[in-house]
Design a protein around this ligand. Structure first.
Ligand SMILES: [Zn+2]
Length: 238
């Protein structure tokens, strides 16, 4: 059983929609980078009432159901604009707010497209976010290449990110569309004064006819929260 917030999909859809519109005419003059897109979605989600469902039942709901009322959609749109103006004008120091979306230049043919991989790291004693440290995405011990230079691996945790990290692995060439392959990735969090924490994920991927270039909040793979404990106090089974 899994608990999901219906508003999450609904808000992501509205944010994606508005970013795509803005990308066409740049009417608002707001930043279109992927980091700002995530920041805007978080800004809105932190300001509206969540609607939780059990996800096995939730399959019967459509994404729109969370935004069934027109008024609600209007509220979300105005919150998106408010948040977007804020993040545009107070950009993170670490992101360079470069081109929007990934541009995997070297790939034109059939490709395995990865979701963005997102999670949070906390101090296991206080449940406070880890604000100093780094997170690496590894495959067989090596750092996985990112889609473009706006995406970092290792990802540096800083006070502005509230323990959140995110990766977007570069697409991998496939022989044809429709192939299936599995990847095993390791997420490794290291922070001063803490024992490192690792988490392994299996990602099944089906190749598509081209490399995906547009960042969308709809393609996010969420990692369960990771907890770090002070050095040498790992009382557990390892
Ligand atoms: Zn930006």
């Amino acid at each position: 059983m899994e608990i999901r917030n219906l508003m999450e999909d609904a808000v992501k859809a509205v944010v994606d929609e508005l970013f795509e519109l803005e990308a066409k005419d740049q009417r608002l003059g707001y930043c279109l980078c992927d980091q700002c897109r995530l920041d805007v979605a978080c800004y809105v989600l932190n300001r509206i009432k969540p609607e939780y469902i059990v996800s096995s039942r939730g399959l019967a709901y459509s994404e729109k159901e969370g935004l069934d009322k027109v008024q609600r959609r209007a509220d979300v749109i105005s919150l998106v604009k408010e948040g977007w103006a804020k993040v545009t004008h107070a950009p993170r120091a670490t992101a360079d707010h470069g081109a929007s979306g990934g541009k995997p230049e070297s790939l034109d043919g059939p490709s395995f497209n990865f979701p963005t991989i997102m999670g949070r790291a906390f101090d296991g004693r206080t449940f406070a976010p880890i604000v100093e440290g780094s997170v690496r995405l590894l495959e067989s011990g090596s750092e996985v290449g990112m889609v473009d230079k706006n995406w970092q691996n290792p990802f540096v945790l800083a006070s502005g990110t509230a323990g959140t990290y995110i990766f977007w692995p570069k697409p991998v060439r496939a022989g044809r569309a429709g192939e299936r392959r599995n990847w095993t990735f390791e997420i490794r969090v290291e922070a001063p004064g803490f024992d490192p924490a690792s988490h392994f994920i299996e990602l099944g991927c089906e190749s598509e006819s081209a490399a995906r270039r547009d960042f969308s909040l709809q393609h996010v793979h969420k990692i369960p929260d990771l907890y770090l404990f002070p050095e040498g106090q790992g009382e557990e089974d390892e």
